[in-house]
Design a binder for this molecule. Structure first.
Ligand code: CO8
Length: 257
């Protein structure tokens, strides 16, 4: 596929994906979703990539779904457009590798939903966050109503969803919407540092942490425990990563995965 909106650079096993449609504040259109679906498939098939980072070009991370594309849709088309985005953002969670959002500016509506589909989020101190859909007579359509309360708790989620309030990075940090904030010029450097740290760990262990946490959130605690025990067990034994890591520790050397 010829990518028009997504620019991807892969260095040392870290894929940095930049959403670049700056004239429209990187608003999400059908073309974006088609490109992102293709890219997720390509990166998932590339065994050299260990972490994916998603960021935006210009002063926005993503200012939402493309309002110009949505305005004339009928109800059925609206639902299809919603499912298209839900599927793309859920696909980040199904990838084996960690996906980090590096939020460089406005993360509004579908942009915040994109960020919430990632495994965790860093932001620059000037970034702004919100779910402004009710100002447009809409509700979120890319799982924002489901992910926001899971990340922040019900009260903060309903506050943001009902008021369309745009909050700053300090507030986003306080309510758990982002995990760390950095000065704008440091955001990518610091995000890359964390990506490299993760990439140095046992790749099977990282994959299983993601799988067990993400699937566990959708099951009962007891079923989650069972899943954890099963996956824990797969890391033991000759030739498996746990054996490699524990042996290296006991021999006071770095493991070679
Ligand atoms: N869609 C389309 N175009 C956009 C969008 C958008 N979401 N956001 C900005 N743009 C365009 C503007 O129209 C403008 O275009 P032009 O230069 O041609 O006039 C250009 O980007 C620059 O924007 P501004 O001039 O407004 O820039 P400012 O710096 O003054 O303001 C803001 C920046 C605050 C980000 C402002 O642009 C804004 O409020 N944008 C809209 C934010 C918004 O409401 N987002 C939510 C959209 S709805 C949504 O995401 C629902 C998701 C679920 C959909 C489910 C599918 C059915």
């Amino acid at each position: 596929m010829n990518y028009e909106i997504l620019n991807t650079e892969i260095t040392d096993g870290i894929a940095v994906v930049t959403i670049s449609r700056p004239k429209a504040m990187n608003a999400l259109n059908t073309r974006f979703f088609n490109e992102m679906d293709q890219l997720v498939a390509e990166i998932s098939a590339n065994k050299h990539v260990k972490v994916m980072i998603i960021t935006g070009d210009g002063k926005a991370f993503v200012a939402g779904a493309d309002i110009a594309e949505m305005v004339n849709k009928n109800g059925e088309e609206g639902t299809v457009f919603s499912e298209l985005g839900q599927n793309t953002f859920s696909s980040f969670g199904r990838m084996d590798i960690p996906v980090i959002a590096a939020i460089n500016g406005f993360a509004l509506g579908g942009g915040l939903e994109l960020a919430m589909g990632c495994d965790f989020r860093f932001a620059n101190t000037k970034a702004k966050f919100g779910q402004p859909e009710v100002s447009l007579g809409l509700i979120p359509g890319y799982a924002g109503t489901q992910r926001l309360p899971r990340l922040t708790g019900m009260g903060d989620a309903l506050y943001l969803l009902m008021t369309a309030d745009m909050i700053n990075a300090d507030e986003a940090l306080r309510i758990g919407l982002v995990q760390k904030i950095f000065e704008p010029e440091m955001l990518m450097e610091e995000t890359l540092k964390v990506a490299k740290l993760i990439a140095s760990k046992g790749p099977e262990a990282i994959k299983k942490v993601k799988k067990v946490v993400r699937l566990g959130m959708e099951m009962s605690f007891t079923d989650g425990e069972k899943l954890e025990a099963t996956e824990f067990g797969t890391l033991f034994g000759e030739g498996n990563e746990g054996k490699t890591g524990m042996t290296a520790f006991l021999e006071k050397r770095k493991p070679s995965w």
